[in-house]
Design a protein around this ligand. Structure first.
Ligand code: ADP
Ligand code: ZN
Length: 213
């Protein structure tokens, strides 16, 4: 079961891929999460990519491909995986073809209105990574994670100027690869014209996964 979730920033890639990973017992591989933790650790890789994340620009393909190739070759990926935020460019899609064959591409088709609303209200737990929304999924206690008591923070790239840049990159470089997968007949669209409950969208996602099983 090799799945990828593609969608704009704030599209819900993290939310839905985490749930898929839990339900089907396949690893969740999020390039953005990997990169953020490398930056936090100030590793060699982290120092190299920091400037791209800060500006909302894409990390160069060679770097991303190398990271994903290494992760996918680990034994827990044999039964499948759910990729979150990869591939994002045409060269990445080509590189992935050499690593594994995708069974399903979930395309989160989210209106710009919903995106802006979500990103400005998004808060994330520093310890466990759980994603909250101050309006639709608020924590019980302000600033504190329900799940683990960790501190909630706002991603530095969830700032209006940087959001605009991430959206621009998405439209220019990521949207075209959806058509590439569409020709292969493996795309399922999950449409959000307006905000809808997570569980409601999850039903559509389960149905899409059911078709490949
Ligand atoms: P979002 O999709 O909301 O922007 P992510 O967590 O998926 O959030 O990505 C955050 C940042 O990490 C991106 O803006 C980009 O700088 C970098 N990144 C993540 N995945 C990739 C990728 N596949 N290719 C290039 N850069 C990436
Ligand atoms: Zn937590």
């Amino acid at each position: 079961m090799n799945i990828t979730i593609i969608g704009p920033p704030g599209g819900g890639k993290g939310t839905y891929s985490t749930r898929i990973s839990d339900k089907y017992g396949i690893p969740h591989i999020a390039t953005g999460d990997i990169f953020r933790s490398e930056v936090d650790e100030q590793s060699e890789l982290g120092k190299k990519i920091e400037k791209y994340l800060e500006k909302g620009e894409l990390v160069p393909d060679e770097i991303v491909n190398k990271v994903v190739r290494k992760r996918i070759s680990e034994p827990d990926c044999k039964k499948g995986f759910v990729l979150d935020g990869y591939p994002r460019t045409f060269p990445q899609a080509k590189a992935l073809e050499e690593m594994a064959e995708l069974d399903l591409v979930i395309n989160l088709d989210v209106s710009e209105e919903v995106i802006i609303e979500r990103l400005s209200n998004r808060r994330i737990c520093k310890s466990c990574g759980k994603i909250y929304n101050l309006k639709s999924l608020p924590p019980e206690k302000e600033g504190v994670c329900d799940q683990c008591g960790g501190e909630l923070y706002q991603r530095p790239d969830d700032e209006p100027e940087v959001i605009r840049n991430r959206l621009k990159e998405y439209k220019k470089r990521t949207q075209p690869i959806i058509d590439f997968y569409r020709e292969k007949g493996i795309v399922e669209d999950i449409v959000f014209k307006e905000e809808r409950p997570i569980e409601d969208a999850m039903k559509d996602i389960h149905a899409a996964i059911g078709k490949i099983n």
